[in-house]
Structure formats: C-alpha cells, structure tokens
Design a protein around this ligand. Structure first.
Ligand SMILES: [Zn+2]
Length: 208
C-alpha cells in the first residue's frame, strides 16, 4: 500500500495535535519507523515527522539535508544516485536545548500543499534525542540541517511553517524550483542567541 502524507486539506486538525513521547519499549516503534522510511524513500522530501503519516508520536526521519544535492535537484541536475540520496536518520523524542544564529529559507512541506513560507530558523541547534537503539545523544545540528530539523520538530507540536513564516506564497513544485534558485537558503548570522537575533531582525524591518 502506498503511504500518503496527511495534508491541511484533508485533516488540518490532526496535524495540529501535539505528538506524544515515544516509549522506547513500544512494540510498534520498528513498524512506525518503517512507515517513515518507506515514505521518505518513495517521495522527494527532506524529512518527515511521524504525525504527518498518521503516527502522532515524537519521531522524526531525516532524509536529505545536503544543500548541494538539493540545489542540483532544483535545477534538475541531480544524478540518479543523488536523487536517491538518503541520510536515513531517525530521531526519537528530540528536544531543542539551545538555538544560535539566524537563517532564512523558503520552506515547503509535504502536508501544506503548494504553500511555501519564508521562515527564519536558527543556524545551529543543540538537540537531545534517542536513537533507535535507545541510546541518548546530545548533538549539534548546523546550517541546513538545523532548518530541516527545526521544521520537523515544529510538526511534533502541531506547528506548521506557514504559522511562523513572514510571507507565504503558493507555487507549484516546478515554480518553486525556479524561485528557490533566485531565493536560496541564506545565513543571516552564525552566532548569537536565536531569539535575540529574531527580535532585532523584526525591529529592523519595522524601522524600514
Ligand atoms: Zn512539514
């Protein structure tokens, strides 16, 4: 059976729920991860949160945070091998401990139809999570990884990119590819506290 992502069109309320913590002894955990892995293998996504596939547990699958490959895909220049690139990482019960720096990117989402949002995310996040063997990690995710992971972790709290975007546009996948070539991922600051930078950036915009 082909797995489909739940969208805001078919069930926004479902996507708005807060996902529950994963019990590491959960007998369905392997199966849940397989559903995520299968979907990500079959679809052109960067990552997925389990709730988007009907599993409201705090589980994130990361497929592609490689900006070089993503940029090639936007230009339709990716090789078959690059098209199938898969980091295949699973983060269980991830929690962001610290956020640093500021970046901007026009994000899309498998659950949000063709709505693209201009979102400011931290450049670097410190994340605590468990792996599939139940081992706890504290790891730094930088640059584009931080953008992708922040987006997915918002899903676990029922937050969509459109909610926090300062601008939203509707574009087809083909239009989006072209648009992103002229509006790429951009680093505003690598250092400083994310919340302060976000506030300063907002105030600067108001003064303009
Ligand atoms: Zn999403």
């Amino acid at each position: 059976m082909k797995i489909k992502a739940i969208t805001i069109k078919d069930n926004e309320k479902y996507l708005r729920q807060v996902s529950v913590n994963v019990n590491l002894n959960d007998k369905n955990l392997k199966n849940d991860i397989n559903v995520l892995a299968e979907f990500c293998k079959e679809n052109r996504v960067m990552a997925m949160a389990a709730v988007q596939l009907g599993i409201p547990k705090r589980l994130v699958y990361i497929k592609n945070t490689n900006l070089d490959i993503i940029n090639k895909m936007q230009k339709n220049e990716a090789t078959a091998k690059e098209e199938n690139y898969n980091e295949a990482r699973v983060l269980i019960n991830p929690v962001i401990i610290e956020r640093y720096g500021l970046t901007e990117y026009w994000e899309a989402c498998a659950s949000c139809m063709n709505f693209m949002g201009h979102v400011k995310r931290p450049y670097k996040i410190l994340v605590e999570y468990f792996d599939i063997d139940g081992v706890k990690h504290i790891e730094t995710f930088e640059k584009f990884e931080s953008t992708v992971l922040s987006h997915e972790m918002d899903h676990l709290d029922g937050i969509l990119h459109m909610d926090i975007a300062d601008e939203v546009l509707e574009m087809s996948e083909e239009e989006r590819k072209l648009f992103r070539q002229s509006h790429p991922y951009n680093i505003i600051s690598k250092v400083g506290k994310y919340q302060d930078l976000l506030q300063n950036n907002f105030e600067k915009k108001l003064k303009k």
